[in-house]
Design a protein around this ligand. Structure first.
Ligand SMILES: Cc1cc2nc3c(=O)[nH]c(=O)nc-3n(C[C@H](O)[C@H](O)[C@H](O)COP(=O)(O)O)c2cc1C
Length: 181
């Protein structure tokens, strides 16, 4: 069997993302920009548009959590590319919590772990949960209904964007070491 170094021609990275309202796309863009500053060649793409992974030495996946579930495109991506991703470094991030509270963070992390357990073959080289963004004015159906539900934590929640860009850059900066050692 060939190693990744033999099969891949460049130190290229794919940052593949899924999003509903754009917050994860912006974080994926920041991750890609940080990796480019490290000298890596980086492609940034919607997960659902990715056709082939053959040239990438590292695949970074980012997708948000909705109602305890990881964005369906992330599951589809892992199922479609399982064969190529097996044995190749995969870094995973998700967006979820809307506050910086420890309890909410842990709740979102648990949701992500449960979702990743559906792909037991996957062993990410890095795994991170980032605080997300919420804008009630942008919601589409059925999220509008979810947000109005009396017991919903989103009820009456104003616009919130506590994304920690320093943490996002730091995480992205830690990734090259996972493939270049
Ligand atoms: C209807 C709705 C349900 C959500 N459910 C969850 C959830 O179960 N767990 C969580 O951690 N975050 C949840 N979130 C927060 C989103 O993950 C967060 O807003 C994220 O930044 C959205 O990213 P996107 O703009 O890329 O889609 C929810 C947000 C909305 C609007």
């Amino acid at each position: 069997m060939m190693t990744i170094e033999e099969t891949c021609t460049s130190a290229s990275v794919l940052v593949a993302f899924a999003t509903r309202y754009g917050a994860t796309q912006e974080v994926a863009g920041a991750v890609a920009a940080t990796l480019r500053e490290s000298g890596l060649e980086v492609d940034l793409q919607f997960m659902r548009k990715v056709r082939s992974l053959k040239d990438y030495r590292l695949v970074v996946m980012g997708a948000p959590i909705y109602l305890s579930l990881w964005h369906k495109d992330a599951h589809t991506f892992l199922m479609e590319h399982r064969q190529t991703l097996t044995g190749r470094p995969v870094a995973v991030f998700a967006l979820g919590p809307l506050t910086t509270g420890e309890v909410e963070l842990q709740g979102s992390q648990l949701q992500l772990y449960k979702e990743l357990a559906k792909h037991s073959w996957l062993a990410p080289v890095a795994l991170e949960m980032f605080v997300g963004k919420y804008d009630p004015a942008k919601l589409r159906f059925p999220d509008t209904l979810v947000a109005r539900f009396p017991a919903s934590p989103l009820k009456d929640l104003p616009v919130t964007d506590l994304r920690d860009w320093a943490a996002i850059h730091a995480w992205a900066n830690s990734l090259p070491a996972k493939i270049l050692t």
